[in-house]
Design a protein around this ligand. Structure first.
Ligand SMILES: [Mn+2]
Length: 311
């Protein structure tokens, strides 16, 4: 990565020890079927982030002051399986360091690794997928780690909720839970979809955003654009409600496929990432200790209280 700190923030906010947020770039594009270029996504996202105003009007905050550490990129690409394993390990390592871990892809197959890590560290995990595609194939072109399989594992091991879906293969219906699937053509006529989806979430929520969930009119630079996608403010409205009502444990954003003549998509991705951090830390003071609570799964509360007991 050419960028030294995330969004060019001062070093004092970019050090691992002090940062509450870790950003892991994964410039991987090994299994894309149509347009290549998602491997260039992280750098385009970082470039756009550097040119973004860091005061957020809506929340009246400057969330970068919570600290954002830009981790080394995961560059393993000897095979889809090796990449997923490397992403899984890197994600888990930073969760264990008590950070709010975020990942920027890369194609959607990287999420197999991110979701696996969060699911191991948090009980009763909901995975909220915003995507034009169902990505529920068990295997595709000889690999279980193809982008077309991005959430198959999550469908088996987590509470998966799919939002914005408008393209899939008929075979994926055999895996899909239609009660927890929000198809784009239905969302457009149903004003209750946000509340309904939030009602289906457990407390711990991991969000995976494939940028092709957005309408191509505002997000053209993605590998497989599909008409009829989400717009900016409705998406922010939905995300903000989730951050307010649930414990969002982390998120990833994938499938930015930059185009040198079309920069608005890079800026949408940069702003989306920053908005999500702004929502996450809305009620947190800069000096507050951050606790990502990852140990809940292994540890019971009484032990925790005894350890913290100072008397
Ligand atoms: Mn997709």
């Amino acid at each position: 990565m050419q960028t030294k700190t995330y969004a060019g923030i001062p070093e004092e906010f970019a050090k691992l020890e002090k940062a509450k947020v870790v950003l892991i770039p994964v410039p991987y594009d090994g299994t894309s079927t149509w347009q290549k270029g998602a491997d260039k996504g992280p750098q385009a996202f970082l470039d756009a982030s550097e040119n973004m105003e860091l005061y957020d009007i809506e929340t009246d905050t400057e969330v970068y002051q919570q600290g954002v550490f830009l981790a080394d990129a995961v560059t393993e690409n000897s095979s889809p399986e090796a990449m997923v394993d490397a992403v899984h390990q890197a994600t888990k390592r930073y969760i264990k360091k008590n950070k709010f871990v975020t990942i920027f892809g890369g194609e959607h197959s990287i999420s197999i690794g991110t979701i696996r890590a969060f699911n191991e560290m948090y009980p009763n995990l909901t995975v909220l997928q915003l995507d034009a595609h169902a990505d529920l194939r068990k295997e595709y072109e000889g690999s279980k780690c193809n982008h077309a399989c991005a959430v198959y594992e999550a469908s088996q091991t987590t509470n998966l909720i799919q939002v914005g879906i408008r393209s899939m293969d008929a075979i994926e219906k055999t895996v899909m839970d239609e009660d927890k699937t929000y198809f784009a053509h239905e969302m457009v006529e149903d004003s209750t979809w946000m509340d309904s989806a939030i009602d289906q979430m457990t407390d711990n929520v991991f969000i995976t955003i494939d940028l092709d969930v957005f309408d191509p009119s505002i997000m053209p630079s993605t590998g497989t654009p599909e008409p009829g996608g989400l717009l900016w403010y409705e998406t922010l409205d939905f995300l903000r409600q989730i951050f307010e009502e649930k414990n969002v444990v982390g998120f990833d954003i994938v499938e930015l496929c930059p185009n040198k003549d079309e920069k608005s998509s890079d800026f949408l991705a940069a702003k989306l990432y920053y908005k999500m951090l702004s929502y996450k830390f809305l009620d947190e003071n800069i000096d507050d200790e951050y606790d990502n609570n990852y140990e809940n799964k292994q540890k019971n509360n009484s032990t925790k209280y005894n350890e913290d007991d100072e008397y």
